[in-house]
Design a protein around this ligand. Structure first.
Ligand SMILES: CCCCC/C=C\C/C=C\C/C=C\C/C=C\CCCC(=O)SCCNC(=O)CCNC(=O)[C@H](O)C(C)(C)COP(=O)(O)OP(=O)(O)OC[C@H]1O[C@@H](n2cnc3c(N)ncnc32)[C@H](O)[C@@H]1OP(=O)(O)O
Length: 172
């Protein structure tokens, strides 16, 4: 797949955290009203991100009719949000909480409503607080990706980062 993103050549390699979810297990450490993964959000993506081997994760997302952008195909913003969620969850494998600083998407093919998107994501490495992550999505043929993403997530102290906004959170 064509893409313009070039990760730094000197990324620090990372190790899986000893307490990370085991391969094949759901990574379930976010919150129930998150648009990307929450069970309690009526119109959310409801993504279940599964730990893979090493520094990898995966997820499946049925492309529902409410996700439509162009006629009969997924909206690019919905696809971007799904990549954000899948990639943003993966640093839990290294024991880090992160927020998205930079996210870029390459859209290779229209993705029809009714298909199921399969996402694979991989942590590439770290540079100070920046965690570089890449992801690819297909709809049945792993050799034929329909979209890919590259991102920089920045590690945060969760309590400190959300302190100012925490009281304004919406609980459904
Ligand atoms: C208490 C309630 C808790 C509830 C949550 C619970 C748990 C959370 C735990 C785990 C999460 C689990 C799952 C997550 C699932 C999905 C994730 C979705 C993620 C999102 O959807 S999240 C929303 C969108 N996201 C934001 O809302 C971020 C807004 N933003 C900021 O909050 C700041 O902007 C921040 C923190 C990014 C940086 O700010 P900062 O002051 O801390 O640090 P600083 O600026 O020094 O940057 C440090 C290094 O990042 C480089 N850098 C910065 N920005 C860059 C850019 N755009 N491009 C390239 N590099 C960039 C700098 O160049 C420097 O690099 P260098 O080391 O080379 O100097």
């Amino acid at each position: 797949m064509k893409h313009a993103f070039v990760p730094p050549a000197d990324l620090e390699p990372l190790q899986r955290h000893p307490k990370a979810a085991a391969p094949g297990h759901h990574i379930d450490l976010h919150h129930s009203t998150c648009f990307g993964c929450g069970d309690d959000v009526p119109l959310g993506l409801h993504l279940k991100v599964i730990a893979g081997d090493g520094l990898t994760v995966s997820a499946d997302m049925p492309v529902a009719s409410w996700m439509q952008g162009g006629p009969g195909v997924i909206h690019g913003g919905v696809l971007s949000a799904a990549f954000d969620e899948v990639m943003g969850t993966s640093p839990l494998l290294i024991g880090s909480a992160v927020v998205t600083a930079h996210l870029e998407i390459d859209f290779a093919e229209p993705i029809p409503l009714g298909s199921t998107l399969h996402f694979d994501a991989r942590i590439l490495g770290r540079q100070r607080r920046k965690v570089y992550i890449a992801s690819v999505a297909h709809i049945g043929d792993p050799e034929r990706p329909v979209a890919s993403a590259h991102s920089i997530f920045v590690t945060i102290d969760v309590k400190e980062h959300f302190a100012e906004h925490y009281d304004k959170r919406v609980i459904l």
